[in-house]
Design a binder for this molecule. Structure first.
Ligand SMILES: [Zn+2]
Length: 104
């Protein structure tokens, strides 16, 4: 006999209560801390690179870690991710500017 397949219903209920509306995880399948992690749908950023929102909430203490934006294996705070997005828009905007052929 093993208890590994038993699910702590109270813990699962607590995890689901803390689940943000952007989360795409079916909770109650993984065990323990793995089930505390909330992850969004992936956003394809580049070849083999996806971005996701990610956070964890401890159902016992309600302590939160995140949310973060995970791009590939790199973790960005929400502010860092917004700056990265703004930098990409600025970069594209420079290319679309009037001096894109290097005229002085
Ligand atoms: Zn969730």
């Amino acid at each position: 006999m093993t208890n590994l397949q038993q699910v702590d219903e109270a813990a699962v209920t607590a995890v689901r209560r803390a689940c943000p509306d952007w989360c795409n995880v079916r909770h109650g399948i993984s065990d323990g801390e793995e089930d505390w992690v909330h992850v969004s749908e992936p956003l394809a950023v580049a070849d083999d690179v996806e971005a996701r929102l990610c956070m964890s909430v401890d159902p016992n203490t309600e302590a939160e870690d995140g949310p973060y934006v995970v791009v590939g294996s790199r973790e960005y705070s929400l502010t860092e991710a917004e700056r990265l997005g703004a930098s990409l828009i600025e970069l594209a905007g420079r290319g679309a500017g009037p001096n894109h052929r290097g005229a002085a």
